[in-house]
Design a binder for this molecule. Sequence first.
Ligand SMILES: C[S@@+](CC[C@H](N)C(=O)[O-])C[C@H]1O[C@@H](n2cnc3c(N)ncnc32)[C@H](O)[C@@H]1O
Length: 224
Amino acid sequence: MTGGAAAAQAFYGRWARLYDWLARYTPGIGGLRDRAAAALDLERGDTVVEMGCGTGANLPYLRERVGPEGTVVGLDYTRGMLARAQRLVDANSWDNVHLVHGDATQTPFCGDIDAVLSTFVSGMLSDPAGEVEEWCDMVGPDGTVVLVDAALSERAIAKPINALFRALTVLSTPPTFKFRYEESMHDKLLERVTDARDALRSRARATHHEEHVLGIVRVTGGRV
Ligand SMILES: C[S@@+](CC[C@H](N)C(=O)[O-])C[C@H]1O[C@@H](n2cnc3c(N)ncnc32)[C@H](O)[C@@H]1O
């Protein structure tokens, strides 16, 4: 495991409870998660994998779309985050929602997967384009991949909200991440998010793109 991955797991493990609250109750977040699930274009009975599912805030939206006859798999490498997700699964007695402890960069799944979702994870990957390529291979022809990410907006009108976003990302980045204190941190984040999105666009035959919060939050979907 890299130092960055260990730091991220320690950080998210410690803050899982607060993260869970923010992941569910931040204004507008529920609508965003619903739109991301819609962009996956799932049918009842489908199998969908969420990479870096965290505390499981997307799981209700995914479960609703695939129905009780479908399958939802949430993968994350932070046990504290997965424990929160497991509480949600248990509370709802969802027997077709499975949680897996593992690394999204190790291509841990094969078989009949219809769709992959990743929300607020691409910026944490050292090779986001490479991972998106793997996820496209995983779903195969006709499968869908949807990425949701936040990074600095390139719109001129977004200056004040960019300032708020800078402050929030510093606070929500593991302190042991070297780039937390570097001016280039936000450029790096934007570069990773853009690389992930470009990789998906280059593999997809049809794409979907939405921007929210003055261009800070991007939803990009593609059918492979
Ligand atoms: C910002 S949180 C997002 C959680 C969730 N997707 C959401 O929208 O609320 C990032 C999550 O990705 C997980 N993560 C980051 N890199 C990962 C990797 N390579 N493999 C598995 N999980 C990863 C972290 O443990 C954390 O739970």
